[in-house]
Design a protein around this ligand. Structure first.
Ligand code: FAD
Ligand code: AMP
Length: 473
């Protein structure tokens, strides 16, 4: 280990490790400090995203989708499967292997880029010094020209439902169940709650989601969230809105006490997932005399270029404002690396795609209709249902729709909202269109292959001008 580097990154999640690789590509000497350790005690790169977030959750979503299809969809295709059994420990093992392969890949990338991986805790000191405390051994002070804080976030815990790592768990614990809970409660029907609820619902749990807000998926376009709720309820997810959880009691089962508009209620479950949001990891991140500015919720204060109040100290990813999404953090990491190297890096915060990996998937980019109404922006919108596309029908995946919103006068696309099959992939076209400041007309005049799901995007763009072909306008 050297004493001095061009850049020290604290945190090896998608914001920190991507930023580190870009710094190395631009010729800087880089060290990355990360304290994460797996359940077997081994250190691993990749942060929340690779170890307990994006990747393992998608691995389980995929496995559970296969199971569900075998159980209830294949017969419709004329494929009869008998004697199907479920091996949950194998499902978890496969998920762990996917994670191990990917985190191992980052280790190789660090090697190839000559990035030093320091396993332990990092702390920002005054004068751009960094204290590194290894998992075993004494703390050491390192000097550097630039520091990138990328310490990410952790689940919010609530007093009404303290975690015990067994029956009351957070999103990481929800990916470790060794058997399917008969009854599963989920506090918080947000992105993570819905994804975790969907996994266990497909595997056979009776899932009840308790959500504090009166509105379902409030950041999502209302037409899309209404459609999604209908589809999720058809799958058996019991979504209860306007519920305030007041306490839990553990006996043979977990008793969840909550209040809704009708008064006090009680729910008995075998396991409970608490997924009420995440908070930034800034406790103990900097010494007092470093003078790092954080806001009242603990986020590191930054400007549009992820510069903190201290020259040469940057912060990226979940530890700063903006959506807690891996790709948002990665783009910030790249921007900061390029700006340190004297280039003109930037992040377009207007075109960050969001995806909820339920079935069907929900995806969007840009403004919702309610946001445009509130801002008084004149707009036109066009919608198109997957039911009218040949490919979705052939796949037996005809639920959902695409909606495109464009400025009423300039026709510039302001938002694209989808619920339906593979919308996590379809949203890329919309994001690119918005990045290029395309009009709905541009999309309408772009040739889309037939038969594909992307034809729904094409038809929605045509529908903005009331000229969709496969629907009455
Ligand atoms: P993190 O990934 O949280 O990494 C921070 C790292 O810093 C961690 O390894 C941590 O141990 C380390 N660290 C913290 N403090 C210190 C310190 N002082 N010293 C040393 N190391 C430290 N986002 C998506 O875009 N798509 C998804 O599908 C998606 N699915 C998700 C599913 C789940 C269940 C969860 C929980 C999250 C999901 N997210 C998803 C969110 C995504 O994981 C985060 O937005 C992303 O990981 C943030 O990246 P980051 O680099 O800022 O921080
Ligand atoms: P997300 O940040 O998308 O994972 O969503 C978290 C969800 O949890 C949001 O929809 C919040 O409204 C919801 N939430 C937050 N606190 C509570 C609470 N105490 N009880 C129920 N839901 C909550």
């Amino acid at each position: 280990m050297a004493n001095s580097y061009d850049v020290i990154v604290i945190g090896a999640g998608p914001a920190g490790y991507v930023g580190a690789i870009r710094c190395a590509q631009l010729g800087m000497s880089v060290a990355v400090i990360d304290e994460y350790r797996r359940k077997d005690g081994e250190a691993a790169l990749g942060g929340t995203c690779l170890n307990v977030g994006c990747i393992p959750s998608k691995a389980l979503l995929d496995s559970s989708e296969h199971y569900h299809r075998v159980q209830s969809e294949l017969a419709g295709h004329g494929i009869r499967v008998e004697g199907t059994t479920l091996d949950v420990p194998q499902m978890i093992k496969r998920k762990d292997k996917v994670v191990a392969d990917l985190t191992g890949g980052i280790k190789q990338l660090f090697k190839a880029n000559r990035i030093e991986w320091l396993q332990g805790h990092g702390k920002l000191l005054a004068e751009r010094q960094v204290e590194f405390t290894p998992h075993k051994g004494k703390a050491k002070t390192l000097t550097t020209d630039n520091v990138i804080l990328a310490t990410g976030s952790r689940p919010i815990e609530i007093g009404a439902a303290p975690l015990d790592g067994d029956r009351i768990v957070d999103s990481a614990g929800a990916q470790e169940f060794q058997e399917v809970p008969k009854r599963l409660g989920v506090i918080g029907a947000g992105v993570i709650g819905l994804e975790m609820g969907s996994v266990w619902n497909r595997l056979g749990s009776k899932v009840v989601l308790l959500e504090a807000q009166e509105e379902f998926l409030s950041p999502v376009d209302q037409q899309v969230s209404r459609e999604a709720r209908k589809l999720f309820e058809k799958q058996g997810l019991d979504i209860k809105l306007g519920c305030r959880v007041t306490g839990t009691r553990k006996g043979k089962t977990v008793s969840v006490h909550y209040e809704d508009s009708e008064g006090k209620q009680n729910l008995q479950v075998d396991r409970l997932i608490v997924s009420v949001g995440r908070r930034p990891n800034t406790d103990g991140l900097s010494s007092e005399d470093a003078d790092l500015l954080t806001d009242e919720r603990g986020y590191v204060h930054v400007n549009d270029y992820c510069e903190t109040n201290i020259p040469g100290v940057y912060a990226v990813g979940d530890v700063v404002r903006g959506p807690m999404l891996a790709h948002k953090g990665s783009e910030e990491g790249v921007m900061v690396a390029e700006r340190i190297a004297g280039h003109a890096g930037h992040v377009n915060y207007e075109t960050i795609p969001w995806v909820i990996y339920t079935d069907p998937e929900i995806a969007w980019v840009g403004r919702t209709e309610s946001q445009l109404k509130a801002a008084g922006t004149p707009y036109r919108s066009g919608t198109f249902g997957f039911a009218a596309t040949g490919r979705a029908r052939a796949m037996d995946r005809a639920d959902g729709m695409v909606k495109i919103i464009a400025h009423a006068e300039t026709d510039r696309i302001l938002g694209v909202h989808m619920v339906g099959p593979q919308t996590s992939e379809l949203i890329a076209e919309a994001t690119l269109a918005m990045e290029y400041e395309a009009s709905a007309e541009d999309l309408a005049r772009t040739i889309h292959a037939h038969p594909t799901l992307s034809e729904a995007v094409h038809e929605a763009a045509l529908a903005v001008g009331k000229r969709a072909i496969h629907k009455a306008n």
